[in-house]
Design a protein around this ligand. Structure first.
Ligand code: AN7
Length: 352
């Protein structure tokens, strides 16, 4: 049967009135990939599975929330949507608004979003406004606009975003035929950890799984408000997607951590980049730097010891595709060699 996206697939679990209002790019149904080479390389006792959300239509997990938020906006006859973004939300908002024949307005921190994401927002015809400030400034600004003008906010403060994103937890339980023991993911604005936890709890409530994972969230050291317990005024990290100092779902992220018996911890940019390279080179999977925080989190726990047992299942969400951020990929990789079109020079360069 033709796949029609997450709202259609999980319609009974989602708060949309009519299927006719679904706006979809056929997001979701992303692969859960068993990462045995990575497991061996880092000496992890648990089996590791990667939920490769980079394979969504705009290249990130944001499509799950956006299909739901835009479908609901259509149901409510909205004509335009607005969001602040570190990049991926703006790409998804722009694409789904285009499909829905709505106008999208997106605010991004100037110079601090990955090139692929900027190109997407521009290509899909959004009005792109760069702020001489950070994501947190931009989020405050769009909240003020949406409170006072007829434009729908599609940041994860919009509860329908969370509803859509929870379907990733459903897919994981469906694929494994159980819930995992651990779920690792990066934390920025904290909507996704909140959404997964909601999804796992609801699925268990419906009798679709009989356990819940420990939620293992990871922030970047320079942007770790939840770990530090205070707002970070000038967040900084190479993982620009999670360069956020005052997360909207702060309390809900803490609740997910505490109810599940999990953690929210921080990682250095070096740890994130080394996991980013490792997953690309062992599993053939290219994710963006922020996404690799989930793998860096597993590595940290393996080094600590005593966390995983044989037979445990740890799922890592790879939130966005590596092609989003070609600049960082090139920066951390060996430069290609240039030679003349000459067989001897080639043999010398190949060092077979
Ligand atoms: C690849 O696009 O906040 O903790 O404006 O793009 O749910 O915020 C992106 C966040 C992780 C963090 N990985 O998720 C935005 C935005 C990637 C991301 C996160 C983001 P949340």
């Amino acid at each position: 049967m033709l796949y029609k996206g997450i709202v259609n697939r999980y319609f009974d679990y989602l708060p949309l009135e009519h299927k006719s209002n679904i706006v979809t790019l056929c997001e979701g149904d992303t692969p859960l990939i068993k990462a045995d080479r990575l497991k061996e390389e880092i000496g992890c006792k648990a089996d590791i599975y990667l939920k490769y959300e980079g394979l969504n239509p705009t290249g990130s997990f944001k499509d799950r929330g956006m299909t739901m938020a835009i479908s609901k906006a259509k149901e409510d006859n909205a004509k335009s949507v607005i969001c602040a973004s570190t990049g991926n939300t703006s790409a998804a908002a722009a694409a789904y608004a285009a499909k829905a024949k709505m106008k999208a307005y997106v605010l991004i921190p100037e110079g601090k979003i990955a090139l692929g994401k900027l190109s997407q927002a521009m290509m899909h015809g959004a009005k792109v406004i760069q702020i001489l400030g950070n994501f947190d400034d931009a989020l405050n600004m769009v909240k003020h606009v949406a409170d006072n003008h007829p434009v729908t906010l599609v940041n994860s403060l919009n509860p329908f975003r969370i509803e859509g994103q929870k379907t990733a937890a459903f897919e994981i339980c469906d694929a494994l035929d159980r819930a995992p023991d651990f779920h690792f993911l990066p934390v920025g604005n904290a909507g996704n950890i909140r959404a997964y936890w909601k999804g796992y709890k609801e699925y268990k409530g419906h009798g679709k799984s009989d356990s819940l994972p420990k939620m293992m969230g990871f922030q970047a050291e320079g942007a770790a408000p939840i770990v530090l317990g205070h707002i970070v005024k000038n967040p900084e990290t190479v993982a620009t997607a999670i360069r956020i100092g005052n997360p909207a779902s702060w309390k809900e992220a803490e609740a997910a951590r505490d109810e599940s018996g999990g953690v929210i911890e921080m990682l250095s940019d070096d740890e994130i980049i080394s996991a980013y390279k490792l997953v690309a080179r062992t599993e053939g999977i290219f994710c963006e730097p922020a996404s690799a925080a989930s793998i860096a989190g597993v590595i940290k726990k393996v080094k600590l010891g005593g966390v995983f047992s044989d037979g445990d299942i740890a799922v890592c969400t790879l939130t966005g595709h590596g092609l989003k951020d070609p600049d960082n990929a090139i920066k951390v990789s060996p430069k290609p060699e240039t030679i003349n079109a000459d067989d001897n020079e080639l043999l010398k360069a190949l060092q077979l």
